[in-house]
Design a protein around this ligand. Structure first.
Ligand SMILES: Nc1ncnc2c1ncn2[C@@H]1O[C@H](COP(=O)(O)OP(=O)(O)O)[C@@H](O)[C@H]1O
Ligand SMILES: [Mg+2]
Length: 265
């Protein structure tokens, strides 16, 4: 049986999910995961059969953990495989918010940053979400300007919510000897407040396993403490690994987040 999506109005379709109306509760929507995987602002694109199921599990376990931590998220429940119910967004904040604990990826090209440098406090980048423009980085005062134009105080709320989310997830992965290196999140307004929205799956972050039993993660550079070639994330796809290998990494993530329900808060 299950939910008959053919009868439901499609509200939005993105690269990895389809959003459908929920006729029995207009304040919520269905979020249905797809098998698609993309990189480079959608230029690289493939279908990995079974990816939707794996992402749905990861997303469910992460959001249920964050809700337990008291983070304000849109996530409500997961009524059937590949489908979640979330609070319907009133206003989208067109930002991709990138948070970094350890330097790697694009930041190495910008400032001559050394790979493995540890940021404490975390650093946060606000990118305008637009594939065509390649998600340009925005100046902080400009974001403040946009937010105030909308008569909101959301920017400050969003910053706090974002740091809390990162720290909660970093702690959870640490139980499994994995470092949350960096992460990309999205936010929106529901009932006048900022909520963490969208998805958190293997494509949302970089995860590097610890290289030793008791790594020293408080030093200025932690590259030698972590096993970056054992990475469990979408970088395998960006680097051109075969799709089965990519899928197995996403499955490994889902096996870890499955255990988040046992992590005490
Ligand atoms: N709580 C929500 N209510 C309504 N729409 C949402 C909610 N959370 C996420 N969305 C929307 O779902 C759409 C599909 O997501 P996704 O496939 O990730 O798109 P994209 O390709 O833009 O990254 C996006 O437009 C996103 O803003
Ligand atoms: Mg997305």
């Amino acid at each position: 049986m299950g939910i008959n999506f053919k009868q439901l109005k499609k509200l939005n379709e993105g690269k990895t999910k389809v959003i459908y109306e929920n006729p029995s509760d207009k304040k919520t929507v269905y979020m249905r995961f797809k098998d698609d995987i993309t990189a480079g602002d959608g230029v690289k694109h493939d279908i990995i059969e079974g990816k939707a199921l794996v992402d749905w599990k990861t997303n469910r376990d992460i959001f249920e953990y964050l809700n337990r931590c008291g983070v304000r998220t849109h996530y409500l429940s997961s009524p059937e495989e590949k489908v979640s119910i979330v609070k319907k967004l009133d206003l989208k904040i067109n930002l991709e918010v990138v948070t970094r604990r350890v330097a790697t990826g694009s930041i190495l090209h910008w400032g001559g940053e050394t790979e493995g440098k540890r940021y404490d406090p975390l650093i946060t980048q606000f990118h305008y979400k637009d594939d065509f423009l390649h998600d340009p980085l925005l100046d902080e005062s400009y974001i403040d300007f946009i937010v105030h134009k909308k008569n909101g105080t959301e920017y400050k709320q969003m910053r706090e919510l974002n740091a809390d989310t990162f720290i909660h997830l970093e702690k959870a992965f640490a139980h499994f000897k994995i470092q949350l290196v960096d992460m990309k999140l999205e936010y929106g307004i529901i009932d006048g407040r900022v909520y963490l929205i969208d998805e958190i799956t293997g494509g949302s972050f970089r995860l590097w396993p610890y290289a030793k039993d008791e790594p020293n993660l408080k030093q200025d550079n932690v590259l030698a403490e972590l096993n970056s070639s054992g990475r469990l994330d979408k970088d395998t796809y960006r680097m051109g690994e075969d799709l089965e290998k990519v899928k197995s990494k996403f499955e490994a993530i889902a096996m870890i987040t499955d255990k988040f329900k046992d992590v005490s808060i």
